[in-house]
Design a protein around this ligand. Structure first.
Ligand SMILES: [Cu+2]
Length: 105
C-alpha cells in the first residue's frame, strides 16, 4: 500500500503541472521623477500592470485612442491586460514620459 502511494505521487505532481492554468502575474512599473521604470515590460493577456507613483504629482498611463489609467501622487493604480499586442503609452500631463509593453496572447 505504502509503496503504491509513493509510485503514484510523481505522476500526480506532473498531472497537476500540466492542467494548472498559467498563473496571471502582476507586473510593477515604478514612476519616479517622471520616468516609467522599467520603460518596457513583457506581459501576457490576463496579467495586471500596477503603476506605483513615487512622485508628488499625478501621472497617467494613456494609450492614444485606447485606455487611460490615472495614477495619483504617492499612490498606485493597476490595469488588467485584456488584449495582446505591442502597446505604447505615455503620460497625458508629461508627454515626454513614455512606456511600452509587449502583451503576448
Ligand atoms: Cu506624468
Amino acid at each position: 500500500m505504502k509503496a503504491g502511494v509513493l509510485i503514484h505521487l510523481p505522476w500526480l505532481a506532473a498531472l497537476a503541472l500540466m492542467t494548472a492554468p498559467a498563473a496571471a502575474a502582476t507586473i510593477e512599473v515604478t514612476i519616479d521623477k517622471l520616468v516609467f521604470s522599467p520603460a518596457t515590460v513583457e506581459a501576457k493577456v490576463g496579467d495586471t500592470v500596477e503603476w506605483v507613483n513615487k512622485d508628488v504629482v499625478a501621472h497617467t498611463a494613456t494609450v492614444k485612442g485606447g485606455w487611460e489609467v490615472m495614477i495619483p501622487p504617492k499612490k498606485s493604480a493597476s490595469l488588467t491586460l485584456k488584449a495582446a499586442g505591442a502597446i505604447d503609452y505615455f503620460c497625458r500631463f508629461h508627454p515626454n514620459m513614455r512606456g511600452h509593453m509587449n502583451v503576448a496572447p
